[in-house]
Design a protein around this ligand. Structure first.
Ligand SMILES: [Zn+2]
Length: 264
């Protein structure tokens, strides 16, 4: 009973009519068709009223389907990539680089009213129609979407010869309280003090590729510091994710590393 009432609260909190479509589409995720194309392994984590399903799209683009809420993070690429996925209730953008932010994709995959949450730099680059439904959130700030908290975690380079890629103060990672689970989408970052000091993370997405973010050793060290329950390497083009997993496993913290092919 409490489960269904919490779902109703979520649905009522979401303005767009597409939320009901998205919620209704969730059972389809376990159908053979969806499983073959998008879910090749355990891609769920438990949440308060069910589970959260991770749908990796490509590189840094991902979809999370929680009870009553579908969220896209950094969707780029041809809108057809998203055609079989549940409609987004909310879209997050971490920063302005082309592998994270694309106006045509945002227009192609979202409805007229789909809300966007971005960092301030992306907000200032949005055309008027998208800006009208966007909210900017700066580093270390928090906003609420229904009963979900969205915390903007600083995402930046710390190595001297990489500082120009993601200067401190501009780009976001996000920590979400999603149906009772804590989800960290790191964005493009190194293993900053802010990442290392996170606690209670159930599900994390961490980048690794040089020169833009960090190598697998640095990523593994950062992940061992904040010890999420489950971590997906993403944004890892050309990196040895098996080596990352071996390093995290060797750390002995019981972190589940999920290696998904984000480039198929
Ligand atoms: Zn970037």
């Amino acid at each position: 009973m409490s489960h269904s009432s919490s779902k109703m609260t979520r649905r009522n909190a979401i303005k767009s009519g597409s939320a009901l479509v998205a919620a209704a589409a969730i059972p389809g995720l376990s159908s053979p068709t969806m499983a073959a194309s998008h879910v090749e392994m355990s891609n769920t984590i438990p949440s308060a009223s069910g589970e959260i399903t991770v749908l990796p799209v490509n590189h840094a683009s991902l979809v999370l389907v929680a009870p009553g809420l579908t969220l896209y993070s950094d969707p780029v690429g041809d809108p057809s990539l998203y055609a079989d996925l549940p409609t987004p209730d909310l879209v997050l953008v971490t920063h302005e680089h082309g592998d994270h932010f694309n106006v045509d994709t945002l227009r192609g995959i979202t409805g007229r009213d789909t809300p966007l949450v971005t960092n301030p730099a992306v907000f200032s680059k949005l055309p008027e129609d998208l800006q009208a439904r966007a909210t900017a959130i700066a580093n270390n700030n928090m906003l609420l979407f229904g009963d979900m908290r969205i915390n903007a975690i600083p995402a930046y380079n710390t190595t001297p010869d990489r500082l120009n890629y993601h200067p401190q103060g501009r780009d976001n990672g996000y920590v979400l309280s999603l149906d009772g689970a804590t989800v960290y989408i790191a964005g493009d970052t190194e293993d900053t003090p802010e990442m290392r000091s996170l606690t209670g993370v159930d599900l994390a997405f961490v980048p690794m590729n040089l020169p833009y973010t960090m190598d697998v050793d640095q990523a593994a060290a950062g992940v061992l510091a904040f010890a999420p329950k489950v971590v997906y390497p993403y944004h890892y083009r050309g990196s040895d994710t098996a080596a990352f997993k071996a390093l995290v496993d060797a750390g002995g913290k019981g972190i589940e590393v999920r290696l998904h092919d984000w480039y198929s």
